[in-house]
Design a protein around this ligand. Structure first.
Ligand code: OFO
Length: 175
Protein backbone atom coordinates (compact mmCIF):
# COMPACT_ATOMS: atom_id res chain seq x y z
CA UNK A 1 0.00 0.00 0.00
CA UNK A 2 1.38 3.38 -1.00
CA UNK A 3 0.82 6.66 0.92
CA UNK A 4 -1.33 9.36 -0.69
CA UNK A 5 1.63 11.73 -0.70
CA UNK A 6 3.88 9.25 -2.49
CA UNK A 7 1.14 8.30 -4.94
CA UNK A 8 0.55 11.98 -5.81
CA UNK A 9 4.27 12.62 -6.32
CA UNK A 10 4.63 9.56 -8.58
CA UNK A 11 1.62 10.70 -10.58
CA UNK A 12 3.36 14.06 -11.07
CA UNK A 13 6.38 12.17 -12.36
CA UNK A 14 4.12 10.33 -14.83
CA UNK A 15 3.11 13.75 -16.18
CA UNK A 16 6.75 14.84 -16.47
CA UNK A 17 7.78 11.68 -18.35
CA UNK A 18 4.69 12.00 -20.56
CA UNK A 19 5.61 15.58 -21.39
CA UNK A 20 9.18 14.51 -22.21
CA UNK A 21 7.78 11.93 -24.63
CA UNK A 22 5.65 14.58 -26.39
CA UNK A 23 8.44 17.17 -26.36
CA UNK A 24 10.86 14.71 -27.97
CA UNK A 25 8.22 13.68 -30.50
CA UNK A 26 7.80 17.33 -31.49
CA UNK A 27 11.59 17.67 -31.76
CA UNK A 28 11.76 14.55 -33.94
CA UNK A 29 9.20 16.06 -36.27
CA UNK A 30 11.14 19.36 -36.44
CA UNK A 31 14.34 17.44 -37.32
CA UNK A 32 12.41 15.56 -39.99
CA UNK A 33 11.26 18.82 -41.57
CA UNK A 34 14.88 20.09 -41.60
CA UNK A 35 15.96 16.93 -43.44
CA UNK A 36 17.98 15.77 -40.44
CA UNK A 37 16.99 12.09 -40.58
CA UNK A 38 19.61 10.83 -38.14
CA UNK A 39 18.56 13.41 -35.53
CA UNK A 40 14.87 12.62 -36.18
CA UNK A 41 15.38 8.88 -35.67
CA UNK A 42 17.31 9.59 -32.47
CA UNK A 43 14.51 11.82 -31.11
CA UNK A 44 11.72 9.38 -32.13
CA UNK A 45 13.53 6.67 -30.17
CA UNK A 46 14.03 9.00 -27.18
CA UNK A 47 10.32 9.83 -27.26
CA UNK A 48 9.44 6.14 -27.18
CA UNK A 49 11.87 5.64 -24.31
CA UNK A 50 10.17 8.37 -22.28
CA UNK A 51 6.80 6.73 -22.87
CA UNK A 52 8.37 3.57 -21.45
CA UNK A 53 9.52 5.52 -18.38
CA UNK A 54 5.98 6.80 -17.92
CA UNK A 55 4.45 3.31 -18.24
CA UNK A 56 6.97 1.84 -15.81
CA UNK A 57 5.58 4.19 -13.11
CA UNK A 58 2.02 3.37 -14.16
CA UNK A 59 2.69 -0.33 -13.63
CA UNK A 60 4.43 0.30 -10.34
CA UNK A 61 1.60 2.40 -8.87
CA UNK A 62 -0.93 -0.26 -9.78
CA UNK A 63 1.30 -2.99 -8.31
CA UNK A 64 1.38 -1.19 -4.95
CA UNK A 65 -2.40 -0.78 -4.98
CA UNK A 66 -2.45 2.89 -5.95
CA UNK A 67 -4.40 4.78 -8.58
CA UNK A 68 -2.40 6.04 -11.53
CA UNK A 69 -3.78 9.08 -13.27
CA UNK A 70 -3.43 9.64 -17.00
CA UNK A 71 -1.93 13.14 -17.24
CA UNK A 72 -3.02 16.14 -19.29
CA UNK A 73 -0.05 16.95 -21.51
CA UNK A 74 0.57 20.57 -22.40
CA UNK A 75 1.53 21.30 -25.98
CA UNK A 76 5.32 21.25 -26.49
CA UNK A 77 7.14 23.86 -28.61
CA UNK A 78 7.25 23.14 -32.34
CA UNK A 79 10.04 25.45 -33.42
CA UNK A 80 13.71 25.43 -32.49
CA UNK A 81 16.38 27.97 -33.37
CA UNK A 82 18.98 25.40 -34.33
CA UNK A 83 19.98 21.79 -33.68
CA UNK A 84 22.24 23.04 -30.89
CA UNK A 85 19.31 24.89 -29.32
CA UNK A 86 17.20 21.72 -29.57
CA UNK A 87 19.76 19.54 -27.77
CA UNK A 88 20.33 22.25 -25.16
CA UNK A 89 16.61 22.06 -24.41
CA UNK A 90 16.77 18.25 -24.20
CA UNK A 91 19.64 18.48 -21.75
CA UNK A 92 17.88 21.03 -19.62
CA UNK A 93 14.70 18.92 -19.58
CA UNK A 94 16.73 15.87 -18.50
CA UNK A 95 18.25 17.92 -15.67
CA UNK A 96 14.75 18.87 -14.56
CA UNK A 97 13.71 15.18 -14.60
CA UNK A 98 16.79 14.21 -12.58
CA UNK A 99 15.96 16.83 -9.95
CA UNK A 100 12.42 15.55 -9.75
CA UNK A 101 13.58 11.92 -9.36
CA UNK A 102 15.93 12.97 -6.55
CA UNK A 103 13.03 14.70 -4.81
CA UNK A 104 10.97 11.51 -5.13
CA UNK A 105 13.79 9.52 -3.57
CA UNK A 106 13.98 11.99 -0.67
CA UNK A 107 10.22 11.73 -0.19
CA UNK A 108 10.31 7.92 -0.22
CA UNK A 109 12.90 8.03 2.57
CA UNK A 110 10.78 10.49 4.52
CA UNK A 111 7.76 8.24 4.15
CA UNK A 112 9.86 5.20 5.09
CA UNK A 113 8.66 3.69 1.83
CA UNK A 114 11.57 1.39 0.99
CA UNK A 115 9.69 -0.34 -1.80
CA UNK A 116 9.36 2.92 -3.72
CA UNK A 117 12.90 3.88 -2.77
CA UNK A 118 14.07 0.63 -4.34
CA UNK A 119 11.90 1.14 -7.44
CA UNK A 120 13.37 4.61 -8.00
CA UNK A 121 16.98 3.42 -8.12
CA UNK A 122 16.52 2.40 -11.77
CA UNK A 123 15.56 6.00 -12.62
CA UNK A 124 18.61 7.43 -10.88
CA UNK A 125 20.89 5.34 -13.07
CA UNK A 126 18.84 6.07 -16.19
CA UNK A 127 19.08 9.83 -15.58
CA UNK A 128 22.83 9.65 -15.06
CA UNK A 129 23.14 7.90 -18.44
CA UNK A 130 20.77 10.29 -20.22
CA UNK A 131 22.51 13.41 -18.94
CA UNK A 132 25.91 12.00 -19.94
CA UNK A 133 24.60 11.15 -23.41
CA UNK A 134 23.17 14.64 -23.96
CA UNK A 135 26.40 16.26 -22.78
CA UNK A 136 28.34 14.08 -25.26
CA UNK A 137 26.03 15.18 -28.08
CA UNK A 138 26.38 18.87 -27.14
CA UNK A 139 30.17 18.49 -27.00
CA UNK A 140 30.20 16.92 -30.46
CA UNK A 141 28.03 19.71 -31.87
CA UNK A 142 30.41 22.24 -30.35
CA UNK A 143 33.39 20.54 -32.01
CA UNK A 144 31.71 20.09 -35.40
CA UNK A 145 30.01 23.53 -35.29
CA UNK A 146 26.32 23.97 -36.13
CA UNK A 147 26.53 26.17 -39.23
CA UNK A 148 24.82 24.94 -42.44
CA UNK A 149 28.00 23.16 -43.62
CA UNK A 150 28.16 21.15 -40.40
CA UNK A 151 24.60 19.83 -40.29
CA UNK A 152 25.37 16.83 -42.48
CA UNK A 153 28.14 15.72 -40.11
CA UNK A 154 26.04 16.30 -36.99
CA UNK A 155 23.26 14.23 -38.54
CA UNK A 156 25.65 11.38 -39.38
CA UNK A 157 26.97 11.49 -35.83
CA UNK A 158 23.44 11.24 -34.41
CA UNK A 159 22.66 8.35 -36.74
CA UNK A 160 25.70 6.54 -35.33
CA UNK A 161 24.72 7.30 -31.71
CA UNK A 162 21.16 6.14 -32.37
CA UNK A 163 22.37 2.83 -33.79
CA UNK A 164 24.59 2.31 -30.76
CA UNK A 165 21.66 3.05 -28.43
CA UNK A 166 19.44 0.58 -30.30
CA UNK A 167 22.12 -2.09 -30.10
CA UNK A 168 22.53 -1.48 -26.35
CA UNK A 169 18.75 -1.74 -25.84
CA UNK A 170 18.60 -5.01 -27.78
CA UNK A 171 21.43 -6.38 -25.63
CA UNK A 172 19.59 -5.34 -22.45
CA UNK A 173 16.42 -7.09 -23.65
CA UNK A 174 18.37 -10.28 -24.34
CA UNK A 175 19.89 -10.32 -20.84
FE1 OFO B 1 12.57 9.80 -18.42
O1 OFO B 1 13.41 11.38 -18.44
FE2 OFO B 1 14.73 11.18 -19.69
O2 OFO B 1 15.48 9.63 -19.32
Amino acid sequence: MISNKMEKALNNQIALEGYASFLYLSMASWCDVQGLDGCAQFMYRQSEEERGHMLRIFNYISEVDGHDLTPAIKQPPHQFKSIQDLFRQVYSHEQKVTKSIHELVALSLNEKDHTTYNFLQWYIEEQREEEALMRTILDKIKIIGDGPQSLYFIDKELEKINKAELAAEAKEEEA
